[in-house]
Design a binder for this molecule. Structure first.
Ligand code: ZN
Length: 59
């Protein structure tokens, strides 16, 4: 079964995916970061991954 990652829209697998419905932990954190960006910023980010604000037009 294939699903689409809500964060990056890439296809990923559901089965055996520990980060579902995301494709990776990074996408999961990005999604959480929408409401808790300050908290998760320190969670192992060495670079400014979210090329910010391109992703923030949800209501
Ligand atoms: Zn993703």
């Amino acid at each position: 079964m294939k699903i689409k990652c809500p964060t990056c829209k890439n296809k990923t697998v559901w089965k055996g995916n520990p980060h579902r419905p995301f494709c990776s932990e990074r996408c999961k954190l990005i999604d959480l970061g929408k409401w808790a960006s300050e908290k998760y910023r320190i969670e192992g980010r060495s670079e400014d991954t979210v090329a910010s604000s391109s992703n923030e037009k949800d209501a």
